[in-house]
Design a protein around this ligand. Sequence first.
Ligand code: 5RP
Length: 274
Amino acid sequence: PPASLTHVLRFSQSAAVNMAEEAKKLAAYSAVDNNVQNNQVVGVGSGSTIVYAVDRLAERVRQEKLNIVCVPTSFQARQLILQHGLVLSDLERHPELDVAIDGADEVDAELTLIKGGGGCLTQEKIVAGNSKCFVVIADYRKDSRALGEQWKKGVPIEVIPMAYVPVSRVIAKRFGGEVNLRMAVSKAVKTRVRRRSRAFAAPFTLSVLSGLQGPVVTDNSNFILDWKFEHIQNWSEVNTAIKMIPGVVETGLFVNMAERAYFGMEDGSVKVRK
Ligand code: 5RP
């Protein structure tokens, strides 16, 4: 494309990224301000939106001298807690949490979630499941009426490595769609893709390039399957059925768990779904 067109496209891409980051921050700040109080045990989720929540939490702890204990849902969350000088704990010392705050890949009208884009779904579900209140933070792109409307990568499912083929086959046969083993992509390939997509001002599909490094391995040393479903299902039933398949550790379907979701919107407002 002509240089000026490339320039315009690049500019609008970065404007969209900035808007989404601003929306994540809005949602995260609002959720922390409205759901965290002194003397609470707080579950800290994973992903990019939670980074803003931990920033705000640390700010409030400092300014208001709050006594807050944090339980992480991943290695990333643990690092965030430590980097911000917050008090780190675990489920052995604090098996019951007051509130858990976490991002999501998609949130439907019933507050059913797809989570696990970052592969931390099992610990995230454990922490959320042991919290009196589970609060979701997300930008406007995650807000949907029905799962699959926004998030196109499917439902992440954590599996025991030796079982990934049989589990994939059973899921595809019983529920339709396509199941893929999540692969790690090398940094060099990511950079190549970014450069090419910039040069052509178009998104580039990773799968057309070689350089996959092998399966993504979770914090629990397991693999992740991504199930691209074809149609809307009864998520509660599907979640239970998938969990019964030998080799499945956990699914990224969070049904009847979230109490509230905070969405940062494009216009700078925050939308709360209860
Ligand atoms: C990680 C998750 C994340 O919370 C989810 O992927 C959302 O991430 P982000 O805030 O970066 O959009 O479930 O396993």
